[in-house]
Write a protein that binds this ligand. Structure first.
Ligand code: NDP
Length: 335
């Protein structure tokens, strides 16, 4: 089936409302979830809906949470997500974060006690559309072994970056810090396909590319060995230690075993690129000159190229969704 973006958003919003989310929370999550599907991020679009619903139905996450914002220093905004989702908490604080970045040059937003179950690109992209730079990180479910380790301690902890460009949509990269995202492992297991050898370890700590062994008591590994491992340590500290969030290995689902989302922390750093004295056209000109140098050196594909191409295609043709997925959305919308 080919479904227009707005129609898909409406269907998903109805599903979230039927599962205990308030109208504003349902609207933010539906836009986010349909947006991931529209942009070709299949591991964090409709595929995640059963996980959202299971987490809401068992009370692990609160779809009616009201985030609390506290400005604890001129450049630091802390947000208690009140055990709700991270994206509605970010929606509450977004305008304040942008205004503070413009007045201070830079701001750090630390969201704790919040669940992030999606791609990070939608969190950073709007800042860059407004001429700001944004970096976002989330520590997620405990699924990644440290470099040389034999059991999971870290999350797949994604990070994303967005920068404004001249005459183009923002440059955005968005990636897990594990070899692949957990969603990719689950999709590979569902398809019966192996991942690259050494994507993870099995329950005995042996390297493996078998998705079932990784999911069944094993763990993923950091990308690029010790270098990815270093980024994982940084993300865990920035997300869980500044704002008071949980480390990935501290998530405790006792009593909420069917919950799938991660109650951890998200940190965003938002920067006004003109705070150093230059004008925005000069800054975006510098971005273009860097990208041109990379292009001249032979780089043909840049981060975000595939995502934006998928987005264009989804708007012109509609978003391709299987009948089975639509039936499942319909079924999960019944309470
Ligand atoms: P990918 O490895 O597919 O892509 C990572 C980045 O690299 C993207 O910006 C991508 O651009 C870019 N890229 C990919 N291939 C190339 C290439 N050949 N040349 C240049 N750039 C390239 O992403 P991951 O699998 O690591 O992550 C997938 C998603 O999972 C992300 O959205 C992430 O936020 C999400 N995630 C969320 C978690 C959570 O807890 N909420 C946990 C872990 C991951 P493009 O987008 O255009 O392909």
């Amino acid at each position: 089936m080919l479904i227009p973006f707005d129609a898909l958003v409406a269907k998903i919003a109805a599903l979230f409302r039927a599962n205990g989310c308030t109208d504003p929370v349902a609207a933010v999550l539906a836009d986010n979830c349909a947006g991931a599907e529209r942009d070709g991020c299949k591991s964090h679009g409709l595929f995640r809906i059963p996980g959202y619903v299971a987490s809401l139905r068992c009370g692990w996450v609160d779809g009616a949470a009201r985030p609390r914002i506290e400005v604890s220093a001129p450049g630091l905004i802390r947000v208690d997500g009140a055990n709700g989702f991270a994206q509605p908490a970010l929606a509450e604080v977004r305008a304040r974060a942008a205004a503070t970045a413009r007045s201070q040059g830079i701001v750090l937003v630390a969201i704790r006690n919040a669940h992030h179950f999606s791609a990070l690109a939608p969190d950073v992209e709007p800042f860059a559309e407004d001429g700001l730079l944004a970096i976002a990180m989330v520590n997620s479910n405990c699924e990644v072994a440290p470099f040389g380790g034999r059991k999971a301690v870290f999350g797949t902890d994604p990070m994303a970056f967005a920068a404004p460009r001249s005459g183009h949509p923002p440059l955005v990269f968005d990636q897990a810090t594990s070899v692949v995202a957990n969603g990719e492992v689950r999709l590979a297991a569902r398809r019966g396909e192996d991942l690259a050898p050494g994507t993870g370890i099995d329950r005995a700590g042996n390297p493996t590319g078998d998705p079932k062994a990784i999911l069944d008591g094993g763990a993923l590994l950091p990308f690029a060995g010790h270098k990815g491992n270093a980024l994982l340590i940084m993300i865990e500290i920035l997300c869980a230690a500044i704002g008071g969030g949980r480390f990935s290995h501290e998530i405790d689902r006792t009593g909420f075993e069917s919950g799938q989302t991660a109650n951890t922390g998200q940190t965003l750093i938002v920067i006004d690129p003109t705070a150093g004295g230059g004008a925005l056209p000069d800054f975006v000109g510098r971005v273009e000159s860097l990208l041109s140098a990379a292009r001249e050196a032979g780089q043909e594909r840049f981060p975000g190229d595939r995502r934006l191409a998928c987005r264009r295609d989804s708007y012109s043709r509609g978003i391709e969704v299987s009948q089975e997925t639509m039936d499942s959305i319909e079924a999960l919308s019944q309470t």
